[in-house]
Write a protein that binds this ligand. Structure first.
Ligand code: ZN
Length: 385
């Protein structure tokens, strides 16, 4: 965990949001001991995993909400590790890496996707949060999972209309362009892991998904052109916790071979991608008045780069050296910048854990224990470090 802290800091991060967390006393102890041991030069925001508390409560939505709220009281915010107030993460369909997302037209090899929460469960568990003005983040990976989540938000918004709900659809591996305008109209926003394109698009073109859908995975342009607000996330270790690598991925969309541009029409500009890791990401966490841009009255949090992302070749954005962060006005130098696409030890450990995970589980999925495939993997990676 010590190394995790350095790793995140070396990506130039001053604010991190970790959605879908369930804390145990051991974890809390570890987190507070190690992360707060010296200075943790960043705000680290947590969001409870509402699907987990819902199943813990025997699928009683109100009780599930109470359990999620108890988490934030029992494991109170401490210094920079805080719960985002009135935020919850819920889940639609399965993961991209294990090809368990739900696809409208299915898989080319005939296997089936899964629901982490079925649409009925998602709607039932979301209702009390919606009616209590929570901000809801929904994990959705496939076009069918995305469509189901949009339908549910429309339904709840008809029951109890809200003007600034900022529901966020997260990950968004495979999406149908026709669904995007509906999500924009209902006031939802989009957070994409653009690294999927780099790691998976070439592979999935041949396996499971097929070229037509795989090439435009983790769309960018379509969300922005529909008038949507787009942020980029790493879902570390699903992608490096290096925001400039996310910018690089979204701007260039280069496949793992290093040669092919995947779905060039979905590339976004450097400026759009820089907004997506700063002010537009801050908006999704309702922190846009505190961080995300440099302005009077905001926190003095900055990242010091050796070169401007606007001035280097787009393909070299991930090579920019990160010299330091400034957190609350204090300089925190970075001795070893994680610039570049070299496999860091952390990424390697993550990929190993991922392979192990696929080996162990294949397409099997344990509904009650899979809080989020990602956070399980992250725990594995941390324990392997
Ligand atoms: Zn997720």
């Amino acid at each position: 965990m010590e190394r995790t802290k350095d790793y995140i800091h070396s990506g130039g991060i001053t604010t991190a949001v970790d959605p879908g967390v369930i804390i145990t006393p051991d974890m809390y102890q570890q987190m507070t001991n190690i992360l707060l041991d010296e200075s943790l030069p960043m705000d680290y925001w947590l969001i409870p995993a509402g699907n987990f508390t819902y199943s813990m409560a025997g699928y009683d939505a109100e009780k599930g909400k109470q359990l999620a709220e108890q988490q934030t009281v029992q494991f109170a915010s401490i210094e920079q590790i805080q719960w985002l107030p009135k935020y919850i993460k819920l889940f639609s369909d399965g993961a991209m890496y294990s090809q368990l997302m739900q696809l409208k037209d299915g898989y080319i090899d005939g296997h089936h996707g899964e629901w982490l929460q079925t649409p009925a469960e998602l709607e039932d568990s979301m209702r009390p949060y919606w009616h209590d003005d929570y901000t809801i983040m929904v994990h959705a990976n496939g076009d069918l999972g995305f469509e189901a989540a949009i339908d549910i938000v429309d339904k709840l918004n008809a029951e109890y209309p809200r003007s600034d709900h900022r529901t966020g659809f997260h990950h968004l591996g495979i999406t149908d362009v026709d669904d995007i305008p509906r999500a924009v109209k209902q006031g939802s926003n989009f957070s994409v892991n653009p690294y999927y394109t780099h790691i998976l698009a070439e592979n999935y073109s041949a396996n499971g998904v097929g070229a037509e859908r795989a090439e435009v995975m983790a769309r960018g342009r379509s969300f922005i052109d529909a008038g949507g607000l787009l942020s980029l996330h790493s879902d570390a270790p699903m992608a490096p916790a290096q925001p400039l690598s996310l910018v690089w991925a979204a701007v260039n969309r280069i496949g793992l071979s290093g040669e092919t541009v995947m779905g060039p029409q979905e590339r976004i500009s450097v400026d759009e991608a820089m907004r997506a890791i700063t002010i537009d990401a801050a908006y999704t966490a309702r922190l846009e008045d505190q961080v995300g841009s440099i302005d009077i009255g905001k926190q003095a949090n900055f990242t010091v780069l050796e070169q401007s992302p606007y001035q280097v070749q787009p393909k070299e954005i991930n090579q920019i050296n990160i010299q330091a962060t400034i957190y609350q006005g204090k300089v925190h130098p970075i001795s070893q910048s994680n610039a570049g696409m070299q496999m860091t030890q952390t990424t390697q450990t993550a990929l190993n854990a991922l392979n192990q995970h696929q080996g162990e589980h294949g397409h099997h999925h344990d509904h009650d224990h899979d809080v989020c495939e990602t956070s399980l993997l992250f725990q594995k990676v941390i324990s392997a470090m």
